[in-house]
Design a protein around this ligand. Structure first.
Ligand code: GCO
Length: 255
């Protein structure tokens, strides 16, 4: 007997920043649960390469190359979806960048770039997706936060501020859109084995700190976010709103 609680068959999921890393792992996981996947990245070539890799593995995939920080590009992408009859049932706001530098030396342009990519994009894309979800009476929004949605780490303050904003944006989406049948929630990854963290992973002192500070005593794997993502994208979470599920090996739970 198929468990429909976690079944995404017939649903379409847009995952931003999904040509690699956490976004690509989440896209594959939603595809494994039955969803049709729309991959996103800024580079059309990178999106096409990632889409072809998923298609080769049997996934149903569309491509949507656009800059998540560009309002005009976001709007025109959703207008294209409308014209093609592509209804986004599940939105995963994953796109994000990191910039490691002491705030005292930080340029405004770098601050703004991180805020725009990691936070404002979730507003822009969430707004366009919600406009359509409201008219259909249902939708799932999964924002990707971070441990830094709760705790600051020196030298990544713009990222911390943006991810703290993602937590509150998620609650804001719940406040305004839950009555329309939209469940907006978030996932807070811990220290994950991604390209963005390569410099940290390859730093013996930082690697030792992560393993010592994390009860699970290891870095997380991108595919370990899939369970939370499928839960928050599926009927199993129809009465869950405004929550952030931390997938962090227990780091946030201990001193
Ligand atoms: C850093 C890392 C973190 C992790 C993750 C933790 O420089 O501290 O990039 O930000 O990527 O966000 O949850």
């Amino acid at each position: 007997m198929k468990n429909r609680l976690f079944d995404l068959s017939g649903r379409t999921a847009l995952v931003t920043g999904s040509t690699r890393g956490l976004g690509n792992a989440i896209a594959r996981g939603l595809g494994d649960a039955g969803a049709h996947i729309v991959l996103n990245g800024r580079s059309a070539d990178a999106v096409a390469d990632a889409a072809n890799a998923l298609r080769a593995d049997g996934y149903s995939v569309d491509e949507a190359a656009f800059d998540v920080t560009c309002e005009a590009g976001v709007v025109s992408t959703f207008e294209r979806f409308d014209a093609e009859g592509l209804a986004i049932d599940i939105l995963v706001n994953n796109a994000g960048i990191q910039h490691r530098q002491a705030m005292i030396e930080l340029a405004l342009a770098d601050w703004q770039r991180v805020i725009d990519t990691n936070l404002t994009s979730a507003f822009l894309i969430g707004r366009e997706a919600a406009r359509r979800m409201i008219s259909r009476g249902h939708g799932k929004i999964v924002n990707i936060g971070s441990l830094t949605s709760e705790l600051a780490r020196a030298t990544v303050i713009p990222y911390t501020v943006a991810k703290g904003g993602v937590k509150m944006l998620t609650k804001g989406m719940a406040a305004e859109w839950a009555k329309h049948g939209i469940q907006a929630n978030a996932i807070g990854p811990g220290y994950m084995l991604t390209e963005m963290n390569e410099a940290l992973i390859n730093n013996p002192q930082f690697d030792a700190w992560v393993k010592g500070r994390t009860p699970a005593a290891r870095w997380g794997k991108p595919e370990e976010l899939v369970g939370a993502a499928v839960f928050l994208a599926s009927p199993a979470s129809d009465y869950v709103n405004g929550q952030m599920i931390f997938v962090d090996g227990g780091m946030l739970s201990v001193l």
